[in-house]
Design a protein around this ligand. Structure first.
Ligand code: SF4
Length: 480
């Protein structure tokens, strides 16, 4: 079975955002956000924030993130200044100092910023927002670019979660992807995080990289398990050198064959679950006491641009070049180049590049896709009651396709509920795609002789430091 599918960190996916959505639309979304108290409480809901820092000192050949490779640290000084300007503009629209339950700095490499620049960004955030001390405040770290002093600074600034890019500890793999990072460097960051009282350490691995084999990757997973991260993301490498130029430097003949790649994934899932980790879904694992695992057990797990989240229901503000926000039923993405980003802010306008205003049908489908991907089960009656629909009539075509996938063992269609099987969890984006009306429309057009839009080409530059874009092909030559 071959799958080309979005990762559904949003629905509709980022490739559906369009330039017809501009600054005026974002301003209206912010006004709506400012005027929408939580029902029955009169209080405004807390927010979630994303801050994008695009700079990296070295290129990792597999990378598909929106980043700028430079060793010139003067570039970040200017960027920090503009981030503060953007925050001030957005906060002015919101009127009051809003509480923030979740914040995340991603990249690029956020730790490219020097200590003074980090303080400056955090000061700007505190000037305009109330970052709740009991919230989740996380940052992506490149273990090659951080020492004990900078780790202590992160703790002092209020970060309580870190996410580390690891990818693979095998020396030959590291050389082939141009990311040489020792076990000791990674261990030092983990030790510092534990010493400093960070609540959670998350690590990213990538399978499908050159020279990887099932046995070699298993050795990396063993080394990672010895560090007992709270969360693990194991991403599939998508080799798309025509889309991501740095990937041209990867030797295609050294990539594992599709069958081996699948074996690596299946072996990794076995290793991690045997070590006590809960398979959250897609590419995410967590210790049973981690907030993600608890949220999944309680049926309140959600997805946002950082992947699985316990706070995805809050409006999310995106700051920085190419960042994506989700505010009052609209998605908004910032300019992708520094020139465009700086240019808009120089004129006192928000640097909106594109966005999307969701319709009622989008909300319905987002809920269905979210339930399948996050909790592995859909309560049909609850969806019918919330959206005033007859599920069987509304999704007649989708249910035909779903019953075919039920025949392949991916899902069980039971009275009143749709349940994802263990095999379906591995291929859950295939199930989500059934309910993606935009993909269905593309397929209809293609069948009628029009041009289909490639599925899942959205890239927000948001998410963990993995180089894996928001939407990538996931290819299986066979299913277990
Ligand atoms: S993988 Fe991360 S550190 Fe490497 S180039 Fe991409 S954004 Fe930078």
């Amino acid at each position: 079975m071959d799958i080309n599918g979005p990762r559904y960190t949003s629905y509709p996916t980022a490739d559906r955002f369009h330039a017809g959505f501009g600054e005026a639309d974002y301003l209206q979304a912010l006004a709506d956000c400012a005027a929408a108290p939580v029902p029955d409480s009169g209080r405004l809901a807390p927010l979630s924030l994303y801050v994008h820092v695009p700079f990296c000192e070295n290129i990792c050949y597999y990378c598909g993130c929106n980043k700028i490779i430079t060793k010139d640290h003067r570039r970040s000084a200017r960027y920090v200044d503009y981030l503060a300007r953007e925050m001030a503009l957005v906060a002015r629209q919101l009127g009051t100092r809003r509480e923030v339950m979740q914040s995340h700095w991603g990249g690029g490499t956020p730790t490219f910023l020097d200590p003074a620049e980090m303080r400056s960004v955090m000061d700007a955030l505190h000037r305009h927002f109330d970052l709740l001390p009991d919230g989740e405040h996380s940052i992506e770290i490149d273990p090659r670019r951080i020492g004990d002093a900078q780790m202590a600074l992160l703790a002092e600034l209020g970060f309580n979660r870190i996410s580390l890019g690891v990818q693979d500890f095998d020396a030959e793999v590291q050389r082939a992807i141009h990311r040489v990072q020792s076990l000791a460097e990674t261990q030092a960051v983990v030790d510092a995080a534990r010493r400093l009282g960070f609540h959670s350490v998350s690590m990213d691995l990538i399978y499908g990289l050159p020279h990887q084999t099932t046995a070699r990757f298993a050795a990396t997973v063993e080394q990672v398990l010895a560090m007992r991260p709270d969360r693990l993301s194991v991403y599939s490498y998508a080799h798309l050198p025509h889309v991501f130029k740095p990937q041209r430097r990867i030797d295609e003949s050294a990539l594992p064959a599709p069958a081996e790649k699948l074996d690596i994934l299946v072996g990794t899932i076995g290793q991690l679950t045997a070590a006590g980790y809960v398979y959250i879904g897609m590419d995410h694992f967590a210790r049973p006491d981690d907030a993600l695992a608890v949220a999944q057990r309680e049926g309140r797990l959600q997805r946002n641009f950082q992947g699985y989240s316990t706070h995805a229901g809050y409006d999310q503000l995106g700051f920085g070049v190419s960042s994506i926000g989700a505010v009052a039923g609209r998605y908004v993405q910032n300019a992708r180049t520094l020139d465009d980003y700086y240019g808009a802010l120089d004129q006192g306008t928000l640097p909106v590049m594109r966005g999307f205003a969701m319709r009622g049908e989008d909300h319905l489908r987002r809920e269905v896709i979210g339930a399948l991907m996050c909790n592995g089960v859909l309560d049909v009656a609850a969806v019918e009651a919330r959206h005033g629909i007859d599920f069987a009539a509304h999704f007649a075509d989708e249910l035909v396709e779903l019953s075919r996938l039920a025949g392949e063992g991916l899902v069980r269609c039971e009275p009143g509920r749709i349940a994802v099987t263990p095999l379906g969890r591995l291929l859950v984006r295939r199930l989500a795609m059934v309910f993606d009306s935009y993909l269905r429309e593309d397929a209809r057009r293609a069948a009628a002789g029009g041009h289909a839009v490639a599925a899942g080409t959205g890239r927000g530059g948001q998410g963990a430091d993995t180089g894996t874009p928001e939407a990538v092909p996931l290819r299986y030559s066979r299913v277990v």
